[in-house]
Design a protein around this ligand. Structure first.
Ligand code: AVJ
Length: 352
C-alpha cells in the first residue's frame, strides 16, 4: 500500500442528463420476491438520440475520422469484451482481480463498510460482487451503458445477496455522470474498476473525476483501477491478441454504428489495429480499410482511401505517481494505492 501526497485544484464541468434508468417495480410484492421485476424507464429523448447520430456523423466526416469507443458496447460487444478479459494476453482484468482479492481486508479497513457502492461501468457486476462480503455495502448502484447486460447481472445478484438494496442505471458516462435524486448522498463510494478511466484523455479524466468528487458529499470516496505503463510488447499483445477477439470487438463497432445510424459499413472491408503509442502514453485502436470504400448513411456519405483509418479508442496508461497527482488535481485527498508485484496495474482509493 502506498500513500501519496495531496494537492488541490478541483475543476467543474457541465454534463448532460441523458440516461436510461432501470427501476425496480415495487407494486407487485410477489413478483419482487421471486422475479424481482425490473422496469425500464427510457429517459433518452429523441433529441438525445439525434445528438448521438450527429456526433457519429461529425466523427465519420472529420479529417481524422473517429467513432466513440462507447459504440463497442452493444449486447454482442459487451460479450466480446467479456471474452477479452479471459484472454491470456489481456492482463488488466485478472491483475486487478488479484490485487482486490489480495488486499480486500486492507481495502475494507481503509474504505469502511455500510456504504452506498456506486459501480461505474458495472458490466457483469462480478468485481463489485467479489467485494460485497468484505465491504458489506448498504446499497449497490450498478451503472452501465449496456442495459440488457445489467439487467441479467442484477437479476442474479439480487438472489445471491438479498440483504443489499440494488439499483441499475443504464447511462452513457462519456458526457459525465448524473445520478438520480433517489441515490442517497451520504457515504457514497464510487467504484470505477477496469481502468476504464483510460478511455478519457488525462484532461477529460481530471474533469470527470472532479465531477465525481462533487457528487461525493459527506464521507464520500473513490476506489478506482488504473492500468500502468509497461513494456510495449506486452501492451501491443493485450490489444491485438492471437485469437482475434479484440479485432472482433473493434470491428463490431461498425455493426453497431450501422444499426444506430443506418450506415452500410461492410465489416469485411476493414481490419483491426491495436498498439501502444509510447509518446502519448496510450494504446490506440483503429479500423483500417483494406481497399477504397464508400460508406453511406441517410443524408450523407464518406469516401475512404485504401489504408485510411478510423480511430476508435484510446486507452491511457499512467505511472502511480502521475495518477495520484491527477486524483489530487480532481480534488481528492488521502490517496492510497495498491499494486501487483509486477506493477502492471494499480487500485487507488482517495477521499473526496
Ligand atoms: C474497458 C476501456 C478498460 O481499454 O483496456 C479492451 C477496453 N479495448 N481491449 C481497455 C478494451 C480493447 C478496455 N477498457
Amino acid at each position: 500500500m502506498l500513500q501519496l501526497n495531496k494537492k488541490e485544484n478541483p475543476m467543474v464541468t457541465a454534463h448532460t442528463d441523458n440516461h436510461l434508468e432501470l427501476v425496480r417495480s415495487n407494486s407487485h410484492r410477489a413478483a419482487r420476491r421471486t422475479t424481482d421485476a425490473l422496469r425500464w424507464r427510457n429517459r433518452e429523448t429523441i433529441a438525445d438520440s439525434w445528438l448521438g447520430r450527429k456526433e457519429l456523423i461529425a466523427g465519420l466526416t472529420a479529417p481524422h475520422p473517429w467513432i466513440s469507443s462507447k459504440y463497442f458496447y452493444d449486447a454482442l460487444g459487451s460479450q466480446l469484451f467479456d471474452a477479452i478479459t479471459r484472454l491470456p494476453e489481456y492482463y488488466p482484468t485478472r491483475t486487478e482481480a488479484a490485487i482486490l482479492a489480495r488486499h480486500v481486508n486492507d481495502i475494507a479497513r481503509t474504505v469502511g463498510t455500510g456504504r452506498i457502492l456506486i459501480d461505474l461501468g458495472a458490466g457483469n457486476c462480478e468485481k463489485a460482487a467479489a467485494l460485497f462480503p468484505a465491504l458489506r455495502p448498504a446499497q449497490y448502484v450498478a451503472v452501465d451503458i449496456s442495459t440488457e447486460y445489467l439487467e441479467t447481472a442484477l437479476f442474479r445478484l439480487r438472489q445471491q445477496f438479498p440483504g443489499i438494496a440494488m439499483t441499475g442505471l443504464g447511462m452513457d458516462m462519456s458526457q459525465g455522470l448524473s445520478l438520480p435524486d433517489s441515490i442517497p448522498d451520504a457515504g457514497r463510494l464510487f467504484f470505477y474498476p477496469g481502468s476504464s478511466i483510460g478511455n478519457f484523455t488525462p484532461q477529460e479524466a481530471t474533469s470527470f473525476l472532479s465531477d465525481l468528487q462533487l457528487q461525493c458529499h459527506r464521507g464520500g470516496g473513490l476506489l478506482i483501477g488504473v492500468d500502468l505503463i509497461k513494456e510495449k510488447a506486452i501492451l501491443d499483445a493485450a490489444y491485438d491478441d492471437a485469437l482475434g477477439v479484440t479485432a472482433a470487438f473493434n470491428l463490431n463497432a461498425l455493426n453497431n454504428v450501422n444499426s444506430v445510424l443506418g450506415s452500410d459499413f461492410d465489416v469485411r472491408d476493414w481490419r483491426h489495429c491495436g498498439f501502444f503509442n509510447p509518446t502519448m502514453s496510450r494504446v490506440e485502436m483503429h479500423l483500417e480499410t483494406r481497399l477504397a470504400v464508400e460508406v453511406h448513411w441517410p443524408g450523407g456519405l464518406r469516401c475512404f482511401e485504401a489504408g485510411e483509418r478510423i480511430h476508435t479508442e484510446n486507452s491511457y496508461k499512467y505511472s502511480v505517481e502521475d495518477f495520484g497527482e491527477l486524483l489530487s488535481k480532481a480534488g481528492f485527498t488521502n490517496v492510497t494505492a495498491w499494486t501487483d508485484q509486477r506493477k502492471w496495474f494499480a487500485t487507488f482509493y482517495a477521499t473526496a
